[in-house]
Design a protein around this ligand. Sequence first.
Ligand SMILES: C[S@@+](CC[C@H](N)C(=O)[O-])C[C@H]1O[C@@H](n2cnc3c(N)ncnc32)[C@H](O)[C@@H]1O
Length: 399
Amino acid sequence: MDVEKAFHMTGGVGKTSYAKNSSLQKKESDKVKHIIIQTVEELYLATTPKSIGIADLGCSSGPNTLSIIKDIFQAIQGTSQRIMHHSTEFRVYFNDLPTNDFNSIFKALPEFQKLLRQDRKNGFPSIFMGGYPGSFYGRLFPNSYLHFVHSSFSLHWLSRVYYTFPLSCHAHHLPTVLASYRRIINNLLVVCVMQVPPSLYDEHKRPLNKGCVYICESSPEVVSQAYYQQFQEDFSLFLRSRSEELVVGGRMVLIFLGRRGPEHVDRGNSFFWEILSRSFAILVSQGEVEQEKFDSYDVHFFAPSREEIEEEVRKEGSLKLERLEMFEMDKSHNEHGSDESYGTQVAVAVRAIQESMISHHFGEGILESLFQNFAKLVDEEMAKEDIRPISFVLVLRKI
Ligand SMILES: C[S@@+](CC[C@H](N)C(=O)[O-])C[C@H]1O[C@@H](n2cnc3c(N)ncnc32)[C@H](O)[C@@H]1O
């Protein structure tokens, strides 16, 4: 599966769209908004640029996209007023994968421009906005182009899906399109692919991460190692690329899902994937989904620990980690102001994110029953014990 082509949040403004089902992310981002505002103000005071470059990486579409830009804009306007520095021009870049619903953003821009210009105390600021489609795992902007980079709930998505094979695996079992990543770990060949391989079996014709869409209790060690290695490659490339694009003194605020400690399997983010796996298993038992299809589905997601994040920043060397804080997701979330159960709320949020990949792999037909199972299982599990996913917020400064 080519992630860059198949993966996108559900576009538009329909019932299952990301735009209608992203208030969970908004609520979490709001918890650390004060950190974003404070960082932007400090940055502005330290650099007082004539033209300020701001990028939102993994912006998606819907209310969250413009809401954070409005907050950043107002923080800068407020600070420039205080210090009587009135001539800043704004350059705002919206980035996401090319499959993102950029049209929804573009259609909202004229009204948004008007809204930003409503506050005329500071004159009419010049605001230039544009879309920058492409993967943030690589260069997107020219050198020293940006002052502030924001990214929320995007960096836990890896660039790739990868698969493990026994070393004895016959060549015809390997996928036809192989990317550069090929490593031998614990006598297994780990291959990174941009396409779903036709068959992934060991010599006994068993898939290696059978029954799981992410690292789970039964996953062999090699699976978590492969995921971690992919995170290291991706995150270091992200940091290296941004470092070149930021001016000296430029800042980044990154918010993404993570895990509490060294264990990959816990009752946090990984547990939601465990529940998704169980939801698929029910469909398999009902004959709605083929076992092989299920076994060859993996999510390109990784929840890093604090230490794993710090290690990549330290290795990269040109960015100072000024802040790294963990925060926990609220379970008292209500997306539509209705009395929907927590499980249903999480199910619609996960669906808006995973729908494109699942439809690509299994067809759209299974979505309703899959996410009904998911909602029910989340509620059942919550009745036994809380699920407590966590996120990290990082502030980085280019040195
Ligand atoms: C859950 S949405 C978050 C959207 C928004 N920032 C928010 O907080 O609501 C994650 C976004 O990251 C984007 N994304 C994932 N991997 C990406 C990559 N390699 N390059 C650019 N965008 C990516 C996805 O397409 C998706 O729109």
